[in-house]
Design a protein around this ligand. Structure first.
Ligand SMILES: Nc1nc2c(ncn2[C@@H]2O[C@H](COP(=O)(O)OP(=O)(O)OP(=O)(O)O)[C@@H](O)[C@H]2O)c(=O)[nH]1
Ligand SMILES: [Mg+2]
Length: 348
């Protein structure tokens, strides 16, 4: 079985990753070196840096080697982006963990944004970059004392904003100072996110929620205006192909497990042989409820339209076929589940 790069598995990985924290944001003062730091951490990233301020104007994602991504945000407090717009970008990104990068005094706009991040429950780490330039021109104060002064400023400004006190991580994208420590801290954060992804990947709830989402999404592909036509010609292979390609499964995927490959025609025959088909005895309201729950639909409107047209066309006898189709859909869901159970969560 080729489970590793199976399209269903790939789609499921993406589904799980989208529901698991997988990004770290680099945010902070304009020109502080956010993009330069990302370039240092991910040599392949080539984040756009500039001698002019405001080099980065929209949030940009860069792939982190094993899992996740680093997201480069624009500078905070520039003319290009208002604070309100900035908050929207943060909200839309859904990122939980941030590095706030500074290279000079904490300004009022910084405080506004930091308070916003704190209020939204985001995790924030503070980085003081360009530490190579943090020197006393008179050479009277030691580098240690200057850093201590910066940490004191941070402490005073954040009092009452963040629960826990924290010191700066001092870095220089120019000299490389502090990059290793930052890199290691990020690696640990990413590892924790990846662990969570693995747990989610294996969980029955996540699989069920993905497969239900798939079931839900196949409905409009089956219940089309052409359905009448297809059913009256008993052209079930078209429907089977639609369902299989929707779930991205083929008999080859699971030949060693499912010896009797399902077919709608077989299902229909069985239902008709049972004589008193459940379907035939059902009125339209019950039918609609059944199809609704089989396809996990929230609204009955889409089904109502299709069924009214089936009944109007005197197609009530085609209802076993509808039931056969539902069975087949559930069979393919089971095949898809089997593939996911066998698959590896390996992300990259
Ligand atoms: N001396 C020194 N210069 C740096 C350092 N990091 C970045 N720079 C320079 O600072 C300038 C701005 O760097 P960027 O990485 O573009 O800064 P940014 O925070 O991404 O800027 P925006 O996206 O415009 O907000 C560039 O000229 C960098 O070469 C550093 O650690 N030390
Ligand atoms: Mg930038």
């Amino acid at each position: 079985m080729k489970m590793k790069n199976h399209p269903l598995v790939k789609a499921y990985r993406k589904f799980v990753a989208n529901r698991t924290p997988h990004a770290i944001g680099f945010i902070g003062q304009p020109d502080a070196g956010k993009s330069s730091l990302i370039n240092q951490l991910l040599p392949k990233a080539k984040a756009y840096t500039g001698v002019h301020t405001d080099a980065t104007l929209t949030a940009q994602s860069y792939i982190y080697p094993e899992y996740g991504e680093l997201v480069d945000f624009p500078g905070v407090g520039t003319e290009e982006i208002t604070l309100a717009q900035y908050k929207k970008i943060i909200k839309a990104s859904d990122i939980q963990q941030f590095y706030y990068i500074l290279s000079s005094k904490i300004r009022e706009t910084d405080m506004d944004l930091i308070k916003y991040l704190a209020k939204e429950g985001k995790e924030i780490h503070f980085v003081y970059n360009k530490v190579d330039a943090l020197i006393d021109v008179n050479r009277t104060e030691s580098s240690e004392l200057l850093r201590h002064t910066k940490n004191t400023e941070l402490k005073v400004m954040l009092r009452g904003v963040l629960n826990e006190h924290q010191d700066y991580l001092f870095t220089s994208a120019l000299s490389g100072e502090g990059i290793e420590g930052l890199s290691e801290q990020i690696r640990q954060q990413m590892t924790m996110m990846y662990d969570e992804y693995l747990k989610h990947y294996q969980s029955e709830e996540m699989k069920e929620s993905y497969l239900n989402y798939k079931v839900n999404a196949v409905f409009p592909k089956l219940f089309t205006p052409a359905l009448k036509e297809v059913l009256s010609h008993q052209n079930y292979t078209i429907l089977e192909r639609t369902i299989r390609s929707h779930f991205r499964v083929e008999a080859d995927d699971v030949y060693d497990r499912f010896h009797h490959w399902p077919s709608i025609e077989k299902n229909v025959r069985e239902i008709e042989e049972q004589g008193s088909s459940l379907m035939k005895m059902m009125d339209m309201t019950k039918m609609i409820q059944m199809v609704r729950s089989a396809f996990k639909l929230k609204s009955i409107n889409p089904i109502q339209a299709v069924f009214s047209s089936l009944f109007e066309a005197g197609m009530a006898q085609a209802l076993p076929a509808v039931q056969g189709m539902i069975h087949y859909t559930n069979d393919m869901k089971a095949v898809a589940k089997y593939i996911l159970d066998q698959s590896t969560p390996l992300y990259r």
